[in-house]
Design a protein around this ligand. Structure first.
Ligand code: BES
Ligand code: ZN
Ligand code: ZN
Length: 463
């Protein structure tokens, strides 16, 4: 799909004109041989919000796809005739349109009538209208292309996205960019005593990896921001196996890693002036005769003895070693992204990721970026009192709640576990994206992975 911005009247080509109307249901009718109208219902002028506007743009694209319309024209004046909208909408428009156009088709046979792609969205602007800048549209397209790449990575089933395959796909994607990549195999991880990663991966026939991506966007001696992404290519739960249907979407348990990879690609393409490192422990959590067991004690890379209360709480084990590894870079900021807990989903539903940080300023900035980009988020606490709840019985700490009622506040328990490994970092933030792993029914996006929080991370890094 292409977005074309033109500053003239409607063209004479065969096309569909989008008309916004408070009363319309979505409707489509022909007005002459060439031109037809696609009516889209919109709220009253004064009732529009940015959140709804994003959905509106996506609705236009999804409707156009549904009716197999090759070329769609819309007047920018109509699209922006609402109160309460931001001033510069080009980037938001492009992101919304591209994300709505995406579908995961790798395993779909092409239907006879084709997939119904929208070839072109033509946006007609008035010459005096400065609210649509072409460079903003280009930026939005760059970001959304990577969001969609992230969705491809996450949607690919576990059989075709093993740790080695995630590494290979990433290697191919970074070709031609300034990103440098290093990959550790199990032997190299053993030398570094990364037993958190190794234990989780030891039950799988597919070997674990540790991916390191480095992007130098400013003076090489400037300390970097480190991004850490959970890369569980499939989470069966391990010996504490997930019952049906909870394993079904667990090929997406590397969504944090995928988001971090896509973010690196985006900043490289946008030439962001920052040094950024991405660390992605990549494992498959499987049940076999080689698996780590409930009750095992794992001596982590930093020496902490962790008792395994539950083999399905694997994400925090691999992230902990990555957070230890991150210290080597003396980073100015560390942000980890993970589909970490079902508990975050219970707490927030599917409409916001959970963010955790002791840095109030970073929290505020993140919430602002979240609202602006559409990768919505909500803050949960990281108070010291919670740390007592993961005290170990035989080891130093446990990977699940050991005190009081089991299972409650699980998103915070997991965050406190991570905090144990980052106590030296001044600026650390954990983003639990389990809630926003997949699209919600009314978000006008294809079913499956949503690509959160790539837009949020890019916006934060550009600040
Ligand atoms: N990958 C899951 C969390 C998850 C659940 C992500 C649903 C996306 C959607 C994680 O590894 C997990 O299983 N966590 C457990 C931890 C529990 C056993 C302490 C959970 O949250 O239930
Ligand atoms: Zn798990
Ligand atoms: Zn998991």
């Amino acid at each position: 799909m292409k977005i074309i911005v033109v500053d003239k009247k409607l063209s004479r080509k065969k096309c569909t004109c989008v008309v916004l109307n408070e009363k319309a249901r979505v409707n489509r009718f022909l007005i002459d041989g060439k031109r037809e109208i696609l009516e889209i219902k919109v709220p009253k002028k004064e009732e529009m919000t940015m959140r709804q506007w994003i959905i509106l743009v996506r609705t236009i694209v999804q409707e156009a796809k549904k009716y197999n319309l090759g070329r769609v024209e819309i007047l920018w004046k109509d699209l922006t005739s609402f109160d309460n909208l931001d001033k510069e909408l080009g980037q938001v428009f492009a992101e919304a349109a591209y994300m709505a156009h995406y579908e995961f088709r790798k395993y779909k046979t092409v239907p006879k009538e084709g997939f119904g792609d929208v070839g072109e969205i033509v946006v007609i602007v008035n010459k005096t209208d400065k609210t649509l800048k072409r460079q903003d549209v280009r930026k939005g397209v760059t970001i959304a292309t990577q969001v969609n790449f992230c969705r491809d990575l996450a949607n690919t089933p576990g059989c075709d996205m093993t740790p080695a395959q995630l590494v290979a796909t990433t290697r191919k994607a970074i070709k031609g960019t300034k990103i440098k990549m290093r990959v550790m195999d199990e032997k190299q991880m053993r030398r570094k005593k990364m037993n958190g990663v190794l234990s989780v991966g030891q039950g799988s026939a597919n070997q674990s990896r540790f991916m390191i991506l480095e992007y130098i966007g400013t003076a090489p001696n400037k300390k970097p921001t480190v991004l850490v992404g959970k890369g569980v290519t499939f989470d069966s739960g391990g010996i504490d196996t997930k019952p049906h249907p909870f394993g079904l979407e667990m090929m997406m348990d590397m969504s944090g890693g995928a988001a971090v990879i896509a973010t690196m690609l985006t900043v490289a393409k946008l030439k962001t002036k920052k040094n950024i490192v991405a660390l992605i422990p990549v494992v498959e959590n499987m049940a076999s005769g080689h698996s780590y067991r409930p009750g095992d004690i794992v001596t982590m890379m930093d020496g902490t003895h962790v008792e395994v209360g539950h083999t399905d709480a694997e994400g925090r084990l691999i992230l902990a070693d990555a957070l230890t590894y991150a210290k080597m870079y003396k980073p100015t900021q560390v942000i980890d992204v993970a589909t970490l807990t079902g508990a975050a989903l219970v707490a927030l539903g599917e409409r916001a990721s959970a963010i955790f940080t002791d840095d109030d300023e970073l929290a505020q900035q993140t919430l602002k970026s979240a609202e602006k980009t559409g990768d919505y988020a909500w803050r949960l606490p990281l108070w010291d009192e919670y740390s007592a709840e993961i005290a170990g019985t035989y080891g130093d700490i446990s990977n699940i709640r050991t005190k009081g009622q089991p299972g409650i506040g699980g998103a915070i328990t997991a965050a406190m576990f991570l905090k144990h490994f980052v106590k030296d970092h001044k600026q650390w933030m954990h983003i639990d994206i389990a809630p926003t792993m997949t699209a919600v029914f009314d978000e006008q996006l294809a079913k499956g992975a949503k690509g959160s929080p790539v837009r949020l991370l890019v916006d934060l890094l550009e600040k």
